[in-house]
Each structure stands twice: as structure tokens, then as C-alpha cells.
Design a protein around this ligand. Structure first.
Ligand SMILES: [Zn+2]
Length: 135
């Protein structure tokens, strides 16, 4: 008899936000609008940390200006989608693993592939996930 353990039951939203913060703010938190490091924390909602810039007063959070912002899906769904892409799973397989429909999986992989070529954060996440895979 086989037990079916889904990776999304093991990985927490907290963990994913921690990883994103670790990778995104390697040189400290800075304002995406003016690049100032003069920022203050502005509370947490669920696992997401919010900030406000002391220079330009703009508010931002861990996901501002990333492919993950403005998505209704949990961050971990995106992170695990990246992970499965690294394992060369098809959209159909990814949809099954993440309990989402194939159309959503297709949308996510397209969006992430588009970002991989441009965004450093996605790159670092991919690298980190590949490390996870080989250990
Ligand atoms: Zn600013």
C-alpha cells in the first residue's frame, strides 16, 4: 500500500515567505520605488511583511513588483510550481500535484518562464529549489 503525501501539505506559507525575504532582501530591505534602505516595518498580514519607505512614504511588501504580487493563489503554490517546473513536470502533472486546474497551471508556468529570463528573484528561487532537489 502506498501513502500519498503531497508536498503542498508539507511546505508552509510561512516557510515560502521566509525564503522569498531571504533571497529578495539579501542586502537589506529597500524601497522598490526609490531604492532607499531607510524603511520601517508596517505590520504583517498572514505571512507577508509590509513596509513603508521613510524617504518617499511609499508602502510595499515582500512581494511588491514580483510575479507573485496581485495573485489570489498562495505564495507556496507559486513556489511549488517553480519546483515542479525544475523537475520537468508537465502542466497536467503540476495541476494534479497542486490541486489547481490545468488552465491555471498553464498560466502560472507561462508567467514564471517569462520572468525567469528577467528577474533575479526567480533565478535565486530556482537555484535554491534545485539544491533542495539534489539533497
Ligand atoms: Zn522610497
Amino acid at each position: 500500500m502506498m501513502f500519498e503525501v503531497k508536498i503542498q501539505d508539507i511546505v508552509s506559507e510561512d516557510y515560502c515567505f521566509e525564503k522569498v525575504r531571504e533571497l529578495r532582501w539579501t542586502n537589506g530591505v529597500h524601497c522598490p520605488a526609490c531604492n532607499s534602505h531607510n524603511v520601517k516595518k508596517d505590520g504583517m498580514r498572514t505571512s507577508r511583511q509590509y513596509y513603508q519607505c521613510r524617504e518617499c512614504n511609499k508602502k510595499f511588501d515582500d512581494l511588491t513588483d514580483t510575479v507573485f504580487s496581485n495573485s489570489k493563489l498562495p505564495l507556496k503554490t507559486w513556489i511549488l510550481c517553480l519546483y515542479f517546473m525544475g523537475l520537468n513536470l508537465s502542466n497536467v502533472q503540476i495541476a494534479k500535484e497542486l490541486d489547481i486546474n490545468v488552465k491555471t497551471a498553464h498560466y502560472m508556468t507561462e508567467k514564471l518562464r517569462g520572468e525567469i529570463s528577467e528577474k533575479k528573484l526567480i533565478y535565486s528561487l530556482m537555484e535554491r529549489l534545485n539544491v533542495m532537489k539534489s539533497t
